[in-house]
Design a protein around this ligand. Structure first.
Ligand SMILES: Cc1cc2nc3c(=O)[nH]c(=O)nc-3n(C[C@H](O)[C@H](O)[C@H](O)COP(=O)(O)OP(=O)(O)OC[C@H]3O[C@@H](n4cnc5c(N)ncnc54)[C@H](O)[C@@H]3O)c2cc1C
Length: 294
């Protein structure tokens, strides 16, 4: 079933999704296999595969899609990031997705690859995800999703403007929104209310990023702009610097509590940014399931 329909037909049942990216080394590939073994047995409704901005990693994304969809028989959403790509490149990627049997495409703009001196944008590259949604809607019958930012996109003129673009994403064909991660649920509730107030009616799914390591958290914070509440920072500060497992457990407990509250609030699903790691998401989802929340 297409993912857009999953959300449409879910009723009170939250839709659970896990996001992966292509593995960059052989070791990472072996690790990803183990993670997939674990998470394909963990309660979920679909998996999603990211797309490297600029398209340089597209072969890896195709392979991962094949692995999940055709080797493992899982329900898969393919991402496309439009940055730098011309119409022919976009068509090539979308045709490939079609041949792979993909029904739902998640449409994002992507960021210019940092430090890639070879990156050159095509002169006819589209400026925004809103344009890419319209491009795809005009040419293909994929079902479409798009990204939203409860704290505002890091380059947004304002949160208000960003929310107007969420409405434009819906108008241009998006049937659901997956939100950037956040650690204070009030950002999400407020974002949803503000989207609803201007006519965004499609499901808005919270993105969940368990804290995996302090280093990764710091990188993500600088790239994504999601804020870190004081209680989370203080909790992390209380863990000895060399206690990596302590950080993982802290991240699991924090995300589990965050998800409990979101589920009790009636969210239509939970989207987990796995960062190609299995243990945390498996632990969180199993606990929520044992508590009867999933
Ligand atoms: C769930 C999720 C998945 C992601 N997956 C990937 C991935 O696979 N690969 C990857 O490279 N990146 C990914 N990203 C990161 C994303 O590409 C970056 O956040 C990027 O900077 C913005 O993408 P977007 O689709 O939201 O862009 P846009 O919607 O184009 O927004 C970018 C900026 O432009 C503004 N804007 C939006 N529309 C318009 C418009 N019509 N006119 C003027 N301004 C506008 C917005 O306010 C915002 O500041 C993901 C993000 C999320 C939340």
């Amino acid at each position: 079933m297409s993912v857009a329909n999953l959300y449409k037909d879910a009723g009170d049942k939250p839709i659970i999704s896990f996001e992966f990216f292509r593995a960059k080394t052989e070791k990472a590939e072996q690790n990803l296999e183990k993670v997939l073994d674990l998470l394909s047995e963990t309660k979920h409704d679909y998996m999603s595969v990211t797309f490297g901005a600029g398209g340089s990693t597209r072969e890896g994304s195709y392979e991962l899609i094949d692995k999940l969809k055709n080797d493992r028989g899982l329900n898969v959403v393919a991402y496309i990031a439009g940055i730098g790509l011309g119409p022919d490149d976009l068509t090539e990627v979308l045709d490939k997705f079609k041949n792979q049997g993909i029904e739902t495409v998640f449409v994002i703009q992507g960021d210019e690859p940092q430090g890639d001196v070879a990156f050159q944008s095509h002169p006819d590259a589209l400026a925004h995800a809103t344009d890419l949604l319209a491009f795809i809607k005009d040419r293909y019958d994929f079902r479409l999703g798009a990204a939203g930012y409860p704290e505002g996109h890091i380059n947004a003129e304002s949160l208000e403007k960003d929310i107007e673009y969420a409405k434009l994403k819906q108008d241009n064909g998006a049937e659901y929104i997956v939100a950037q991660y956040f650690y204070d649920n009030r950002f999400f509730y407020d974002y949803v209310d503000r989207c609803r107030a201007i006519g965004v009616t499609i499901p808005i799914i919270p993105g969940i990023m368990p804290i995996y390591t302090v280093k990764l958290l710091e990188i993500l914070t600088s790239v994504c702009g999601s804020s870190l509440p004081d209680d989370v920072r203080n909790g992390l500060d209380s863990i000895p610097a060399d206690d990596k497992e302590g950080v993982v457990q802290f991240g699991i407990e924090l995300a589990t509590q965050q998800c409990r509250e979101l589920l009790k609030h009636g969210v239509p699903g939970l989207h987990f940014y796995t960062m190609n790691r299995g243990k945390s998401v498996n632990g969180i989802v199993n606990t929520l399931q044992n508590e009867g929340l999933l």
